[in-house]
Design a protein around this ligand. Structure first.
Ligand code: IMP
Length: 175
């Protein structure tokens, strides 16, 4: 694939695969008897969700919710619900599947929203954590990798809707 010269690989395909395997093992251990509902946050989590569920060999359901907080490389700080959840959450074991926890605003908003709908349990799985950017504390129950304050793209994650199709996670622009 032709790459923009500004992009540098931060997390290789191999490292992503190993991280996924570990996360899938942890999720399987806790959820294999619970028929969980995995809720991916669009659009960034679509690749991660697709790879994760194909490693989970037990009954589960998935849904997606669309929130938006980013424009370019800056979070607007305003979280909006773009696409409602059609699935009932009442008494379900819900696992939120997120690409990146950055300021924590998005996951906090979503956890509060889901909690109001009466789930049996609620946990969070995120592929990437950027702890130095946090504005609200967030407990990540299943965490892939922590990275410093870098703007990343690829593996579902975008910059102005581009680069979601890169198979690696790359750094774009300045630190
Ligand atoms: P938060 O609300 O600040 O935690 O932001 C979470 C969302 O911001 C993630 O789901 C991403 O969609 C987006 N985001 C955070 N960091 C990056 C990044 O480095 N590249 C692209 N999107 C990002």
């Amino acid at each position: 694939m032709n790459r923009d010269p500004e992009l540098k690989i931060l997390i290789t395909k191999r490292k992503i695969a190993a991280t996924l395997k570990r996360l899938a093992d942890e999720v399987r251990r806790d959820y294999s008897e619970k028929t969980p509902l995995l809720i991916g946050i669009l659009k960034g989590s679509f690749v991660f969700m697709a790879d994760l569920v194909r490693q989970l060999d037990f009954p589960l359901e998935i849904d997606f919710i669309r929130l938006s907080s980013y424009s370019g490389t800056q979070s607007s700080g305003q979280i909006t619900l773009v696409h409602e959840l059609p699935t009932s959450i009442l008494n379900r074991h819900v696992l939120i599947v997120e690409d990146i926890v950055d300021t924590g605003l998005t996951t906090t908003f979503l956890c509060n929203y889901i909690r109001q709908k009466g789930p049996a349990s609620l946990k969070l799985c995120s592929l990437i954590d950027k702890p130095s950017r946090r504005k609200i504390p967030v407990d990540i129950d299943y965490l892939g990798l922590s990275i410093p304050n870098l703007f990343i793209v690829g593996y579902g994650v975008d910059y102005n809707e581009k680069y979601r199709n890169l198979p690696e996670i790359c750094v774009i622009g300045e630190e």
